[in-house]
Design a binder for this molecule. Structure first.
Ligand code: PBG
Length: 332
């Protein structure tokens, strides 16, 4: 008798707290705010106005003239900041465009800092957009040479700091890159410039659309010789530990949704700010499915950002940043 009653009338009713939007909001464990979202911006040398990126609907390459309006929009949306990627006028084997004082991102930073000085401007530090072979480091004897790359990355970081970068974000996955950059910055008067290390960056197929956007696909081989194998989790913790010891102030896990376990473990182990990078392929998948009417774009975007926060990310770099800021203030 009693048994039947238990089945008829459950003792616990978690559904009680799901009955109204007000109750659901009261008990929501995770929130996202535009203050935690960072918008990537692609700046192209020689471009006037904007040019759409086919693989990333809603994202444009920006000419220098279109940059300040985009930065202003990010400010007005209350975003945490922007991260800049450059498409130089020309590419060469040593990736000169990454560190020349008149490089495209250096020019972009000067403009942003002139017009919207309070917007957090993060500069990606890597060579793949600037080398003609498309690899993230200096190629020597047919291989990406770790130690020949380090001084170039340091020089790049210094030149970006001189142009006004608030934070530099090394993404080349060279061993020792954080230490080399820290030393370079300190020696040039930038002891206060923080380093956001792409500490756990996997060799991911989800970067595909970015490589179209930034025209940075490797011309031979792939990046598995320096980016991490998706099969490995412990190794990610080791990478983070090494970067922190070398002086990283903030660390990034990349890609996003494929790495929720890494985010969680890293959050539990390290008491530093941790970011997630929801990468181009994650964005493109949601866009493409929603264009076909297979998925609700706004809800899918919001759900994926909540998942990244729930897993442990303090902040998220996402192509949805500007849109998300709008969605969050117009809840459906
Ligand atoms: C530069 C860099 C890449 C991304 C961020 N920084 C490309 C890559 O590693 O191939 C990918 C970002 C994205 O896919 O959104 N090394």
């Amino acid at each position: 008798m009693l048994e039947t009653r238990t089945h008829d009338r459950p003792a616990a009713r978690p559904r009680r707290l799901r009955t109204t939007p007000a109750l659901r909001s009261l008990v929501a464990e995770t929130r996202i705010s535009e203050h935690q979202l960072i918008q990537p911006l692609f700046v192209q040398a020689g471009l006037r106005g904007t040019r759409p990126i086919a693989s990333m609907p809603g994202i444009d390459r920006l000419g220098l003239d279109a940059l300040v309006p985009a930065a202003q929009e990010a400010t007005d949306a209350g975003l945490a900041g922007v991260i800049l990627f450059g498409l130089p006028a020309r590419k060469d084997p040593p990736g000169t465009g990454a560190y020349e004082p008149a490089g495209i991102v250096q020019q972009a930073l000067r403009r942003i800092k002139g017009a919207v000085p309070d917007l957090l401007a993060i500069a990606d530090v890597c060579l793949c957009e600037y080398t003609d072979h498309g690899h993230c480091g200096i190629v020597h004897d047919g291989r990406v040479d770790n130690d020949r790359t380090l001084p170039v990355l340091a020089q790049t970081a210094v030149s970006l700091a001189q142009a006004g970068a608030d934070v530099v974000a090394p993404s080349a996955m060279m061993d020792g890159q954080v230490a080399a950059i820290r030393t370079g910055l300190d020696e040039h008067g930038f002891a206060e410039t923080p380093i956001l290390a792409y500490a756990a960056k996997y060799a991911s197929s989800f970067y595909g659309p970015f490589r179209q956007a930034a025209d940075s696909a490797p011309q031979f081989g792939d990046r598995r010789g320096y980016q991490m194998d998706p099969a490995n989790a412990r190794e990610a913790l080791r990478e983070i530990e090494i970067d922190l010891r070398e002086g990283a102030d903030l660390v990034l896990v990349k890609p996003g949704l494929p790495c929720l376990d890494i985010l969680r473990t890293a959050r539990d182990r390290f008491d530093v700010p941790i970011g997630a990078y929801q990468v181009s392929g994650e964005y493109a998948m949601i866009k493409a499915a929603s264009e076909r009417g297979w998925i609700d774009e706004a809800r899918a975007a919001e759900e994926s950002l909540v998942a990244l926060r729930r897993a442990g990310a303090d902040f998220v770099i996402t192509y949805f940043a500007k849109e998300a800021a709008r969605i969050l203030h117009n809840p459906r």
